[in-house]
Design a protein around this ligand. Sequence first.
Ligand code: F6R
Length: 366
Amino acid sequence: EKGGYPHFMLKEIHEQPKALRDTLSGRLATDNSRVLLEELQMTPEEVKQIKKIFITACGTAYHAGIVGKYVIEDLARIPVEVDIASEFRYRNPIIDQDTLVVVISQSGETADTLAALREAKNRGARVLAVTNVVGSSVAREANWVIYTWAGPEIAVASTKAYTTQLVVMYLLGLYLAQQRGTLTQEQIREVVTALRELPAQVEAILGREEEIKGFVQKYAHCEDVFFLGRSIDYAVAMEGSLKLKEISYIHAEAYAAGELKHGTLALIVEGILVLALATQMDVFDKMVSNIKEVKARDASVVGITFEGEEELAKSVDEVIYIPRTHKLTSAVLTVVPLQLIAYYVAVARGCDVDKPRNLAKSVTVE
Ligand code: F6R
């Protein structure tokens, strides 16, 4: 059942190229000129009526929502707010019929996410569900559904569900942009082309698994790990941090690198591991300065950046290079080494990777 892999998590990490292909399948025009989301059936008028988007979800799905905010705001120029479902449902959110509420849930059964969906509908908002389970509760109750075609996810730690949720965020961002006319043909083509390349690029990263597994052993004893990034890299840092915490039981935190100086830098000392994501070229120099700051305090630093940015190697202990892609689609690639790091650290520490303590795959109670 694990297809020769020691754990479901590793199997599912390796299933990502296929999951991404399946989620993209039939949704990109063959000439890369646009995305097709037949399941949405929104008229251009309906799309223009959307004044605000709320994304609400829990855990990893919430992290996909944070990437979604960067993506949708950048492509479609609609303000997006992201909220944890258990906060959203109790905080009297400002929503009306001009608000589109997007709920993201792998299982489609998470209690708080379902309650958030119902709350949104009661307040007159239209709801779009992004889920991996056909016919799940959120799929049945939403106005529209976009399925992630990740296939069954068994490991408690979500991997392929997250990357396919990201793909849906890009598809949705492009769809809204097309309807609203916020992008040039060339800009649309650039993102669509990048999407099409993602499955093979993830395969290329998985090809470096042994390298990652090798150096991870040096850091498996760390008790505090910081994940740093700017922009979308920060959103991915949150997901990397959650992955490490939940399966290796190591204390991990994600910080927007620009926030370091506002407190966190006090915690950076020798013995701390910093995972620094540096793929956002508009803030690359600033990120490199932050990396130098943590290095100067004797932390161990693992950097993740694009191939061709070999300069970074001078400022860090290890670098993981990922194939170059569009700035928005980088999230699908940067998370893969973070998934592998979490996995191999947990294995090195003898943790029960597929069934971490205290956690359930589907949280159907509050
Ligand atoms: C973490 C993880 C959880 C889920 C969360 C939401 O790896 O899997 O954080 O993402 O419980 O679950 P769904 O997406 O089923 O609503």
